[in-house]
Every structure is written in structure tokens, then in C-alpha cells.
Design a protein around this ligand. Structure first.
Ligand code: AMP
Length: 120
């Protein structure tokens, strides 16, 4: 899976982003259409994963690195103490729009309560 998406174009520098954090494996930037006062996206630079469902054992190190990066990014954004929510949408039923694995970090305000099946 090496599909070109908006996110792979951002990684390649072909589309600009409002960057928050970058290292060898991940890139984090502000969501263009925020759903909270702070809404960041964290993506792997590699575009071999379209969604969470594609994960294989060989991705364990990358995913561990992404989770640790998310904790660091939340700290950088100043929301580690006040709290935040991390979401990934996987597939059509979850309304995944961009087919490049990504985690949303939402915070900076009190968020709505997350229902198990939020159809709103
Ligand atoms: P998802 O529905 O989980 O696939 O989320 C995709 C997210 O990408 C949405 O929240 C969009 O607002 C966001 N998005 C789409 N294009 C861009 C872009 N060029 N820069 C930043 N965020 C984007």
C-alpha cells in the first residue's frame, strides 16, 4: 500500500502544513478543520499503512514510537495536564477520509463525553 494521499504529499513537502513536531518516523501538524480548540494530527511518514486495520507485527516499533510521540506532542501543546483525547478512524463506518494512518489529538477545552456509539 503506497497510495498517494494529501498526507503523503504533506510528508513530501508538496502541500504545506502547520507543523508541530517531526522526527525520522512521524510528523504532527494542526488539523485544517479543527474539531476542538487544539486539534493535531500525528502521522507516520511512511505511507504503507492506510488505517489501523493494516497493522502487522512488523509495525509494533512504529506504533510504539507514535504513541510515545503523541505523549510528547501533548506536552508540547500544553495539554498533558488538562487532558486530551486520541482517536483514529479506521474505515468507512468510522468516516475515515484520508487513507493514510493518522491519530487525532483533541484538547485545549473540555470535550464532549465520548459515547460508545456516537452517531451525532
Ligand atoms: P479522518 O476522517 O480520520 O480521515 O480525518 C482526516 C482529517 O484530516 C480531517 O480532520 C481533516 O480536517 C484533516 N485534513 C484534511 N486535509 C488536511 C490538510 N491539508 N491539512 C491538515 N489537515 C487536513
Amino acid at each position: 500500500m503506497t497510495k498517494e494521499t494529501i498526507f503523503s504529499k504533506i510528508v513530501a513537502g508538496e502541500i504545506p502544513c502547520n507543523k508541530i513536531y517531526e522526527d525520522d518516523l512521524v510528523l504532527a501538524f494542526y488539523d485544517i478543520n479543527p474539531d476542538a480548540k487544539i486539534h493535531a494530527l500525528v502521522i507516520p511518514k511512511s505511507n504503507h499503512l492506510e488505517r489501523l486495520s493494516d497493522l502487522e507485527n512488523s509495525d509494533a516499533e512504529l506504533i510504539g514510537h507514535m504513541m510515545i510521540s503523541i505523549a510528547k506532542i501533548a506536552k508540547k501543546l500544553g495539554i498533558d495536564k488538562t487532558g486530551y483525547r486520541v482517536i483514529t478512524n479506521s474505515g468507512d463506518d468510522a468516516h475515515q477520509e484520508v487513507e493514510h494512518l493518522h491519530f487525532h489529538i483533541l484538547g485545549g477545552e473540555t470535550l464532549g463525553k465520548l459515547n460508545a456509539n456516537n452517531k451525532g
